[in-house]
Design a protein around this ligand. Structure first.
Ligand code: HEC
Length: 140
């Protein structure tokens, strides 16, 4: 579905990186109490929704410690797909978690376009599964 964009993917990736510098507050806040939109009935952030969910909390912590945020954001595609788009594409089943964890560890290309995700050889598959579980929770 991203075929028309493949040709300009390099440009998009660069633009995304530029945005990423200033725009990561929604994924990185330690305590998510300070969402910029202060309207009372505004949509809850994922951090608020899942603050008591151990899978979410440990997955988020692992993702933050790793290099994932340099290519992924929750709400917006940068180099890699937005986590919320990944969550929309895959149901959170054991099978999908395992498949995606293997792709994170071994690298992946062709699922979202021609930009590859590098392998993460230092990452255990168990940790990758916790990260993927977190990613697949990012749907409303
Ligand atoms: C250098 C950039 C980069 C880094 C770092 C990176 N990713 Fe990715 N990621 C990508 C790209 C590009 C894709 C799309 C690959 C494809 O089309 O198959 C992707 C795809 C994914 C997918 C979806 C795979 C699929 O089969 O649909 C998941 C889940 C994911 N990344 C999680 C992570 C996690 C977790 C980390 C940190 C450990 C991480 N990524 C680090 C660039 C990156």
């Amino acid at each position: 579905m991203n075929f028309s964009k493949v040709a300009s993917a390099g440009v998009i990736a660069l633009a995304g990186l530029a945005y990423a510098c200033g725009g990561s507050s929604d994924t990185n806040s330690e305590e998510a109490t300070s969402t910029p939109a202060a309207a009372p009935a505004k949509e809850m952030s994922f951090d608020e929704m899942y603050k008591d969910n151990p899978d979410y909390v440990s997955g988020l912590a692992l993702v933050k410690e790793s290099d994932c945020p340099s290519c992924h954001m929750v709400e917006r595609k940068i180099v890699g797909p937005a986590y919320k788009d990944v969550a929309a594409k895959y149901e959170s089943t054991d099978e999908n978690i395992e498949t995606l964890a293997k792709r994170v560890v071994n690298g992946s290309v062709g699922e979202w376009g021609e930009i590859p995700m590098p392998a993460h050889p230092g990452l255990s598959e168990d940790d990758a599964k916790i990260m993927v579980k977190y990613v697949l929770m990012l749907k409303k």
